[in-house]
Write a protein that binds this ligand. Structure first.
Ligand code: FAD
Length: 375
């Protein structure tokens, strides 16, 4: 039976990032997914500057628009525009982005197989095995990149491990009857513990609602999103309304099985402040690849290496989680601080670059406390 250096379950941004790096390093990589590509994924497809920087290749062929300004809204009529000299976010359609990334991984040498149900997963000191309806795959390492409902995580750690948290977001493809602006909008007046968004995609808009803290989650469903779209755009064609959970909590995840790495949404690498998950998926996937390749080269053991390689990311996520609880719990004050002229440039650049977003969230929190005390 063939024995792979690494088996990767899930070929979204996390799995493709891991697959690309391992294949480029000359490793025998098997990429498994239950879907054939291209496939749909509920997602607004916004790639911040930090996501673009993390990718090993240009995704220009699938970028529909780039934006350098963000409109943030609180209630109808209350809005501020944050601008940047550089592009802040590249707008893609996830079906196109994921297909493109999948093609890069396969071109780099990863072998792809479509699978049905995963019946079992085993991991021990010798290696890993994934048992599927079609047969068993054996390898030295396993990367679980199978998204928020990860079957691998479920089989190894139970349905909802204590450290794992979820958000939920719902999106639609919208074509307003009277044309549309090309603004990227975050609307903090539309839901509690999250925001509504409008992302321009050239010939259409991606419009959605998302909640990012478990506490006080409110029901988001198709009628709610359709009402929101009517409210904003009047007559508009809303298509492909789809929702999905997002996976948070990587910052609190304990060290996992010796030869298994949970990455992307499966490992809780989405950001609970912004709802951004593609960057965490790419970065954690690449970290798993580097850790695996390092052990195969006889360097450090992969599991502690993965911990070290994701330490900064997990620290940032920790700050985002506390920033999220404070920001969405104190939205009036938070919004005023976020849009204060002194912070506007820093806020938009922090969103785009990511590295300082959590630190900035804490600065905003301190500023808001002072502001509230002096009001
Ligand atoms: C509505 C919405 C809007 C969002 N907008 C943005 C945004 O604009 N920007 C951003 O950065 N993030 C956004 N996110 C978050 C982002 O979509 C996720 O964080 C990101 O897709 C995680 O990538 P991943 O590779 O971990 O998982 P996924 O992209 O979910 O990929 C998982 C893959 O695993 C496969 N899979 C699942 N189960 C199995 C199985 N049992 N066997 C085999 N294969 C399996 C799936 O078919 C899929 O291909 C949004 C999320 C939602 C829900």
């Amino acid at each position: 039976m063939e024995r792979w250096d690494a088996i990767i379950v899930g070929a979204g941004p996390a799995g493709c990032a891991a697959g690309f790096d391992l294949a480029t390093a000359g490793r025998a990589v098997l990429l498994l997914d239950k879907a054939e590509f291209p496939r749909h994924k509920a997602c607004a497809g916004g790639l911040t500057r930090k996501s673009l920087r993390a990718l090993r290749y240009s995704v220009a062929p699938v970028v529909r628009e780039t934006v350098s300004a963000i409109v943030v809204e609180r209630r109808s009529g209350e809005a501020a525009t944050l601008t940047s000299r550089k592009a802040v976010c590249a707008m893609t359609v996830r079906q196109e982005l994921d297909h493109f990334c999948w093609q890069q991984s396969v071109a780099a040498g990863a072998e792809f197989a479509r699978i049905g149900a995963i019946l079992g997963v085993e991991a021990n000191r010798e290696g890993v095995a994934v048992r599927t309806a079609e047969g068993e795959y054996r390898g030295r390492f396993l990367v679980a990149a199978d998204g928020v409902h990860s079957r691998v995580r479920q089989l190894l750690y139970g349905d909802r491990p204590a450290w794992f948290r979820r958000g939920f977001a719902l999106e639609a493809r919208v074509v307003p009857a009277n044309g549309h602006s090309r603004d990227l909008v975050f609307d903090f007046g539309s839901v509690r513990q999250g925001y509504g968004w409008v992302f321009p995609k050239g010939d259409h808009l991606n419009v959605g609602l998302g909640v990012y803290n478990d506490a006080g989650q409110e029901k988001l469903d198709r009628p709610r999103l359709e009402a929101y779209i009517r409210e904003r755009f009047g007559e508009a064609r809303a298509e492909h309304v789809t929702g999905q959970y997002l996976g948070f909590g990587a910052e609190a995840a304990p060290a996992a099985e010796e030869r298994v790495f949970l990455v992307g949404d499966a490992g809780g690498f989405a950001d609970a402040l912004t709802g951004e998950g593609i960057h965490g998926a790419i970065a954690s996937g690449q970290a798993a690849a580097e850790a695996i390749d390092g052990e195969l080269r006889g360097r450090k053991r992969a599991q502690p290496a993965f911990g070290a390689l994701t330490a900064q990311l997990r620290q940032d996520l920790q700050l985002s989680t506390s920033g999220s609880r404070w920001f969405y719990g104190n939205l009036d004050v938070g919004y005023r601080a976020l849009t204060a002229p002194v912070f506007r440039t820093a806020v938009i650049n922090a969103y785009a670059n990511g590295t300082k977003i959590a630190a900035l969230a804490n600065a905003v929190r301190r500023f808001a406390r002072l502001f509230a005390a002096s009001a």
